[in-house]
Design a protein around this ligand. Sequence first.
Ligand code: SF4
Ligand code: MG
Length: 336
Amino acid sequence: AEKLLEIENLTAGFLTVGGTVKATEHVSLSLDKGQTVCLVGESGSGKSVTSLAIMRLIDFNGGAILEGSIKFQGEDLAKRSQDDMIRIRGNKIAMIFQDPMSSLNPVYTVGDQIAESIVLHQRKSKKEARKMAVDMLRLVGIPAPEIRARQYPHELSGGMCQRVVIAIALACDPVLLIADEPTTALDVTVQAQILDLLRSLQKELGMSILLITHDMGVAAEMADRIAVMYAGIIVEEGSVSEIFSHPSHPYTVGLLKSVPGLEGSRGDELYTIRGNIPGLSQLPVGCRFHPRCPYAKDICREKSPPSFTVGEEHQASCWMYMEDGGAAAWQQNESE
Ligand code: SF4
Ligand code: MG
């Protein structure tokens, strides 16, 4: 398959009075054309920072890319100027966020906001753009689009507003859509509708999606591949079937247990992984998950684990999977 996005060894962070705080470290991730990759983890795991870094929006948040490359259609976004990025954002890459209201302007009608995006990105006349905006509203499943186009955001439900935001994002005909928790603020029924919409638009338009979510249930429905993030690093990566049939990192196993109704979960009694995600300025030495890991051993407290191959195109960063008999030694250790 054709690679669309290839992130290698990406480290990004924020410059504070106390020094540089790395929010995401040595992240490597790739996305094929037409594929959906889900970046999964608890809040504070560095998922959003990773997406802001890809878009180079991190520069406006007091942050910077410290290391690594972000190859998008062959060019390295980490090296582009902000002027280049303005052209790339909104033309080839679009982004949608959790709260649709934060992306919409309360004083313009939704039709005008979609039309504005069309005028900006597709060089159409205002009149043409207005007509296209109605078609876009229809495309994202809004009933009576001619009427809705003349309404203001506050006249629409949260779910409808998120559909409008998706329409604005699609108005620039992106090849990559980055969606950061796009359904988290919506109720369960509307969430399912928006996910359905994203899936069908993807089929129709052939775009790739990088979906950021804390919800393994959402990832199960949407992803071709899943990357699990914890405390700024990717701890496990694999196809959706690999991750769900052989979750390998103890953190992933914990995340899966906490999803009600999924196989291996504890039913409706919500399981939570003990402890909290560590603050970025006080990361534990060794494996970052060790204070919360039921399997932690001495080596976990001393050295951070590299990534081990645990299945076909499936990697996990956990000492349990050490090669050359490491696993056997591990089990021996465990029974001591
Ligand atoms: Fe747990 Fe050790 Fe694996 Fe980290 S490396 S997840 S502490 S077993
Ligand atoms: Mg976030």
